[in-house]
Design a protein around this ligand. Structure first.
Ligand SMILES: C[S@@+](CC[C@H](N)C(=O)[O-])C[C@H]1O[C@@H](n2cnc3c(N)ncnc32)[C@H](O)[C@@H]1O
Length: 436
């Protein structure tokens, strides 16, 4: 397919996605199935155009004075890809397989791309209108910079598994893929991503199959360290899901002590088994609930009540800190969805409180930047559980060996990493200690 035909394809996918309110992966898959002529490179390029258009949805709509799929694509090519009017006109040529030629009005509107600072804040920040107050609260005067960083593409990071290898060895083994050390995490490697947004097929590498590394954003690696986990302790990973943090904790504990990994949803734990096997982690027991966990029924972890050194709560959240990877989710989130996540967070935190031993800790983590899910959640927890105190951010950061991260303390006393601040996905962490 020519570059122009790919743009036309991406407009078709956007139309399906917007008009039928379909998730981006579904719309992309259906488009590919119906057009067998498109090869894998074409499909990757189209996906990248669609995701970039979603990243810049509100600002493109403002520039083009309209929200049609075509308008979003034209605006994005100017704002995100930096194409000038001539380059966009070359793609929108009206020739065979290319989108219809640019109109005089469309050309004129493109001039607004240079005036984005004059747009209403929600448009300039590519932020859903209803969430703007929350983002303003989270970022204050840095709002525009933070929001711009959230619209960029995310890097491809891995965590080297210290149970099986070390960063230098893995870096050398994968030298053909061009990895660099991650700036902050001592276990991280970062791989270059192609123009079409595709990274190398790391999961096909023998070192991956042997468990030498796992794909994990640097921010996720950092919060695992900031949790303050220590070798030899008893840890419960309450929201273990596919086990990303469980694996990081097992490595940080050097396979000593014990980790009990569980989740409210048995299906989410399935993938963790193969990952644990591959990683060589031997201190992890996965407790799969029978049916869905229900706080009104006896807790299947009741035998651990009051005995746990560290309860890791990698809480269910809106994922607003990962919108670089999943820009579709930004526009799909509704106020009811946020309220539901906040309720889940309270349930899971209360569950964690019952598990922590006197003097034990809860590390509360989200991949969200919204204060409702971060500072507000821990403040409400503090009200409900007077026997817990929040550890100062400076203490948490220093104890983990990252004193510089204390500069990202939130008003409520947690730490918030963001793409703008640390070049990572956004992660929030707060550590609470139960009175001895
Ligand atoms: C952010 S994900 C976990 C990701 C995982 N820790 C990782 O690093 O790959 C949040 C998880 O919390 C689980 N969850 C939601 N409510 C819960 C509850 N009340 N108790 C335990 N887990 C819960 C969800 O099923 C989901 O798997």
């Amino acid at each position: 397919m020519t570059p122009a035909a790919r743009v036309a394809g991406a407009i078709e996918v956007l139309a399906d996605l917007i008009e039928r309110r379909r998730p981006a992966p579904d719309a992309l898959k259906d488009w590919g199935l119906a057009r067998r002529f498109a090869g894998s490179k074409d499909r990757a390029a189209i996906a990248s155009l669609v995701y970039d258009a979603l990243r810049r949805r509100a600002s493109s709509a403002w520039v083009m004075e309209g929200e049609t799929p075509r308008a979003l694509m034209i605006g994005m090519l100017a704002l995100q890809r930096g194409l000038d009017g001539e380059a966009i006109a070359a793609l929108f040529s009206g020739e065979r397989f290319a989108p219809e030629a640019l109109s005089v009005d469309e050309r004129a509107r493109l001039a607004r791309a240079a005036q984005l600072d004059a747009a209403p804040l929600a448009a300039a920040c590519d932020c859903p209108e209803w969430l703007l107050p929350s983002f303003m609260r989270a970022f204050g005067p840095a709002l525009r910079d933070e929001m711009r960083a959230l619209t960029a593409r995310a890097p491809l990071d891995v965590r080297v598994n210290s149970l099986k290898s070390d960063r230098r060895t893995v870096r050398e083994a994968l030298a053909h893929l061009g990895p660099e050390n991650t700036p902050l995490s001592p276990f991280g490697l970062r791989f270059p991503v192609g123009e079409d947004g595709r990274g190398p097929a790391l999961q096909a590498e023998p070192e991956f199959l042997d468990g030498w590394f796992e794909i994990q954003d640097e921010g996720s690696q950092l919060v695992s360290v900031l949790s303050g986990v220590v070798p030899g302790s008893r840890v419960v990973d309450l929201c273990a899901g596919a086990g990303g943090k469980t694996l990081a904790l097992a490595a940080l504990m050097d396979n000593s002590g014990e980790i009990v990994a569980t989740d409210v949803d048995a299906r989410r734990l399935v993938a963790s088994h193969a990952r644990l096997q591959r990683s060589g982690a031997t201190n992890v027991t996965v407790r799969t609930p029978r049916g869905r966990y229900d706080p009104r029924r006896p807790d299947p972890l009741a035998d651990l009540a009051g005995t746990v050194d560290l309860v890791l709560v990698d809480a269910p959240c809106t994922g607003s800190g990962t919108w670089r990877r999943n820009p579709d989710a930004k526009w799909r989130l509704r106020p009811g969805g946020l309220a539901e996540r906040c309720r889940d967070q309270a349930v899971v935190l209360d569950r964690a409180a019952s598990l922590a031993r006197p003097g034990g800790r809860i590390a509360y983590i989200t991949c969200s930047v919204l204060p409702e899910e971060n500072d507000d959640a821990i403040a409400a927890f503090g009200q409900r559980h007077r026997g817990f105190t929040l550890l100062p951010a400076a203490e948490v950061a220093a104890a983990a060996g990252f004193p510089e991260l204390a500069q990202w303390a939130t008003p409520g006393g947690g730490i918030l990493l963001t793409p703008h601040r640390t070049g990572t996905d956004a992660f929030f962490i707060a550590v609470m200690r139960r009175a001895p």
